[in-house]
Design a protein around this ligand. Structure first.
Ligand code: PMP
Ligand code: GLN
Length: 381
């Protein structure tokens, strides 16, 4: 028997798994894959336990536990002034990953084009490919990582089905502004192009910036899937609970995929998040919490030869290391892990053609003590 031809011949194991494995092998401090090294609030554990003891242990309704969808609707309305109907326009998913998968595969047909702004989080393109779509890459400007509007305009065609946005942006930590969204609206207003907006870091935004959620822009919102994740917001990446917001017409198609992809998501976790969302400070304070970590890390790294790039949101800080080495970022990431004991992500992994600006991404969702130990090692390089 011959193995079937691969549907994703150019896809390997994700850089996150590769670097986390290398970090473990060399007992390095792992600032590569994005996850906190501290626990979530223990009150959240109690809420999960309460839900389990209350008997919430069987399948949840396919679109999600109603009280959780209501809480998300309230939060979205308060934060972004957008009214999503919890019945028809909100679905709970197995992390943002499953939401992204369902959104893309619900609407992308063979031959469709999807605009991907690069560098891009690595889960978008394989899904486009599986659907028979073609990713059309538009590079963000360097080193600001902003949208090149001329390049974007040139990339649009009669086959463009969707544009994928991500703000705050992984891996670059750049953010879009309300003005960017306005420009995008003008650009696609007279088309049928859809928007998929990955907003998993929506609450992790710094220096007084306001998150430019697509939900705030009424015209874009009408053609958009907006995706978020409790993994980032409540320090529970391993629980894999996320959600998608979309107008009813789009959500109908989304749910057709979701019901056969996951059907429903861990019931006690959904009840726990519904309870936890009652106190808005739990997400409103997240920006300040991570900004203090960013500032601590940056302050300690000032003694190093790494040059920091702007970090407007997310829990990633990137550094240009060209003052230290000429080597490519993949080898640099490996060498820093093996020889200096700190693992990071090479940003070239987020470009389809491996564009290498000699930048490493470090995750600062770590205890202050971990950041101190890491910075101390990096300053010796
Ligand atoms: N989008 C972005 C930009 C991410 O960084 C991540 C992962 N952290 C995801 C989506 C996936 O989120 P989840 O872990 O909830 O599936
Ligand atoms: N989003 C996380 C990161 O950017 C990793 C997620 C994953 O490992 N799949 O580091």
């Amino acid at each position: 028997m011959h193995a079937p031809p691969s549907k994703l011949p150019s896809v390997g194991t994700t850089i996150f798994s590769v670097m986390s494995a290398l970090a473990a092998e060399h007992e390095a401090i792992n600032l590569s894959q994005g996850f906190p090294d501290f626990d979530c609030d223990s009150h959240l554990f109690s809420l999960v336990q309460q839900a389990m003891h209350a008997g919430h242990n069987q399948y949840a309704p396919m679109p999600g536990v109603p009280i959780l969808r209501e809480r998300i609707a309230e939060m979205t309305s308060e934060l972004y002034g957008a009214a999503y109907d919890p019945e028809q326009e909100i679905t709970i998913t197995a992390g943002a990953t499953a939401a992204l998968f369902a959104a893309i595969s619900a609407v992308v047909h063979p031959g469709d084009e999807v605009i991907v702004l690069e560098p891009a989080y690595d889960s978008y393109v394989p899904v486009i490919t599986l659907c028979g779509g073609t990713p059309v890459f538009v590079r963000l400007t360097w080193p600001e990582y902003g949208i090149d509007w001329q390049a974007l305009r040139r990339a649009l065609s009669s086959r463009t089905r969707m544009i994928i946005l991500n703000s705050p942006h992984n891996p670059t930590a750049a953010t879009l502004s309300a003005h960017d969204l306005q420009k995008l609206d003008e650009l696609i207003h007279d088309t049928d192009i859809l928007v998929l907006s990955d907003e998993v870091y929506e609450h992790i935004i710094f220096d007084g910036r306001q998150h430019a959620s697509v939900a705030r822009n009424e015209n874009l919102r009408q053609r958009a899937f907006v995706v978020s994740s409790f993994g980032k917001t409540f320090h529970t990446t391993g629980w894999k609970v996320g959600y998608c917001l979309a107008p009813a017409e789009l959500m109908r198609e989304f749910r057709k995929v979701h019901q056969f992809l996951t059907f429903s998501v861990a019931t006690p976790l959904q009840h726990a998040f519904a309870g936890y969302l009652q106190d808005e400070n739990r997400y409103l304070e997240l920006g300040r919490f991570y900004q203090a970590k960013r500032d601590l890390f940056l302050d300690m790294m000032r003694a190093s030869r790494f040059r920091p790039l702007a970090c407007c949101g997310t829990y990633f800080q990137s550094f240009d290391y060209s003052a230290i080495s000429e080597e490519d970022d993949q080898s640099m990431a490996r060498r820093v892990t093996q020889e200096w004991g700190v693992a990071a992500i090479p940003v070239s992994a987020f470009y389809h053609d491996g564009t290498d600006n000699r930048v490493l991404r470090f995750c600062f969702a770590k205890s202050d003590e971990t950041l101190e130990r890491a910075a101390e090692r990096l300053c010796r390089i």
